[in-house]
Design a protein around this ligand. Structure first.
Ligand code: RIB
Length: 317
């Protein structure tokens, strides 16, 4: 049976400007176009999972400004349960200023109402959060809330019954005991070094330390996304019991228009695949395919694929 997914994270309005290149510090450049698009890492991951057919509830906050109610409507139109979103009066919604150029992007986020996803918010919505089996937590809310939420979930359940996926983006250093409470940690290569900088200080000053070494240390738990090179993880070798295998699950070649939200699509699709009961490495391949497809359109959510689109790509490749 399909498990239910809760996404706890941010909801933003994205101001996405396309330009020839990303400006250097102190520089002004002209953009060729500007789009107002719904985004936010939490909202994006919820949309990615829901569009594939998952049952998703989102937990977060927006303002009662010109963007907030419209963003809630957008999420509801994707079939996402939005009843737990708080619309806060006198608070601006989260906003992201994005420059898209040369197949890459640069993002500055103004948290706005996302900063109001506090411990008190978690307490108010905790019973509803626990109604879900897969919990996708996104770091674009206060760090103390993330810490509180993960510990509260584990304290409330027996034997780690729920699957916690933590996407530590934007990245910050995590403690070892918090890492041990999550099932899957999904940074990109750059984020992985920040996230693990306190727990592996002997490893990380050496910028050359390969990502392979990091996934080996957190086998079965750390999934490092490497853009067009796919993802890295470490699992037991099916053939030789007891020995470890660092796996690179390759990406899928597509015509890239905009990579904004590719990591979010990966996380949402991973949650969907695990909710469906796919095996770990099959889930990663599935999520890679979804993430690749999401890069073929402008904006974070517009390119997120349906299940049929992912299945077609998996069959054709
Ligand atoms: O990951 C992409 C997202 O990051 C954008 O939608 C933007 O809102 C920022 O949160």
């Amino acid at each position: 049976m399909m498990k239910r997914i809760a996404v706890i994270g941010s909801i933003n309005m994205d101001l996405s400007a396309s330009a020839d290149r990303i400006p250097r510090p102190g520089e002004s450049i002209l953009a060729s176009s500007l789009l107002y698009l719904p985004g936010g890492k939490g909202a994006n991951q919820a949309v990615a999972a829901a569009r594939l057919g998952a049952m998703v509830t989102i937990f977060g906050c927006v303002g009662d400004d010109a963007f907030g109610p419209g963003m809630v409507k957008n999420l509801a139109s994707e079939g996402i349960d939005t009843h737990e979103i708080e619309i806060l009066s006198g608070t601006p919604s989260g906003l992201a200023m994005i420059t898209v150029a040369e197949g890459d992007n640069a993002i500055t986020v103004v948290p706005g109402a996302n900063a109001c996803v506090t411990k008190d918010y978690i307490d108010r919505h905790f019973e509803k959060i626990l109604e879900n089996e897969i919990l996708l937590i996104v770091a674009e809310i206060p760090h103390e809330t993330v810490d509180y939420l993960i510990r509260k979930i584990r304290a409330a359940e027996a034997g780690g019954a729920r699957c916690i996926i933590f996407n530590p983006a934007p990245a910050y250093p995590l403690s070892e005991d918090l890492i041990q409470l999550v099932d899957y940690l999904t940074p990109n290569e750059h984020e992985a070094r920040i996230v693990l900088s306190d727990v592996l200080p002997e490893v990380l000053p050496d910028k050359e330390t390969p990502a392979e070494e990091l996934v080996r240390r957190y086998r079965g738990q750390l999934i490092i996304t490497c853009g067009s090179r796919g993802v890295l993880c470490c699992t037991e070798d099916d053939q030789v019991s007891g020995s470890l295998l660092v796996r690179q699950i390759p990406s899928f070649p597509v015509e890239v228009v905009d990579t904004t939200g590719a990591g979010d699509t990966f996380n949402g699709a991973l949650a969907y695949a695990l909710a469906r009961g796919l095996r770990f490495t099959d889930s990663l391949r599935f999520a890679n395919a979804a993430a690749a497809l999401s890069c073929t359109k402008k904006g974070a959510q517009s390119g997120m694929p349906t299940l049929a689109m992912v299945e077609r790509l998996l069959l054709d490749t």
